[in-house]
Design a protein around this ligand. Sequence first.
Ligand code: LIP
Length: 256
Amino acid sequence: MTTPPSIPHSVLLAVAERTALAAGRLIREGFGQEVVVKESTQHDIKIELDSLTQRLIEKMLLDAFPGHAILGEEGGEGTTGQRYEWIVDPIDGTVNFSYGIPHFCVSIACRDRGETVAGLVFDPMREEMFAAMKGQGAFLNGKKISASSRSDMSEMILSLGFSKSGETVKKCLELYQYYGPRSRKLRAMGAAALDLAYIAAGRIDAYIEQGIKIWDVAAGNLILEEAGGKVVLTPLKDKHHYHIVASNGRLEFPLT
Ligand code: LIP
C-alpha cells in the first residue's frame, strides 16, 4: 500500500479549528433547550446532540481529508489502520450540558501513525480555543500558555473526575479525603478535556481520574505536554479506557 502524503500539522489544526467552531455553534444553539436523552445511567447521560455533533464533525473532517479514520465517543468512521486518525469527543461534559451547567467543550485530536500531532479543546460558552501542534507549544486563542510552576502540594488546586461507576466514585472520594487537607482547593468540574486545558493554562495544577476514555483526553494531553505539563495514562482492561494523572510536571502524587 502506498504511503499517503504527509499533511502539514498546521493544515490538520486549521481544519480541526473550523470544524470545532461549527460544532460549537451547534452546541450553543442547543444549550438551555430541551435535551433528548438517548441513555441514562447512575453517573452518566448520553444525549442525541452528542451524536448529531459528532456527525457534523465527521462530515467536515472527511470532506477535507477523505479516507482518514475517525474514533469517537459516538462511534467511528473508516478503518483504524489509516495513517491519519482523528480522536473526537463531540461534547465533553455531557452531564454538565444536560443540567444547564455551562462547562463543556469539543475535543478533537489528530494522530499520525499513532502519534498525536495536533489537537484542540474548544469551550463554546467562553469562546476559548486551546490548541497545540507537536513541538510547537500550546496556545489559548492564539496566545502562548504554560502550566503553573507551583511545586508545593499545599498551593495546589487539584481537579478530580468521578467517572461513571460506583467503584470509581468510591476511589475518588478516597482521594478527596487524602488531598483535601493537603491542597489549596479541590475541584470536580466534569469535563476532562477542560481540566487538562486549564492545567496547560496555569489555572489549576493537576487532574486525576480513575477511568477515562481516550477521546476525552487525546487532545488535552497534547496541549498539556506542549505547555510543559506531564500526563501519565495507565491502560485499563476495557478498550480505550485509562487511569489518568495529569499535572504541571512539578508535583508528586502519593495516592492516585
Ligand atoms: C466526561 C469526562 C469527565 C468524567 C465523566 C465523563 P463525557 O466525559 O469529561 O471527566 O468524569 O464521567 O466521562 O462523557 O461528558 O464526554
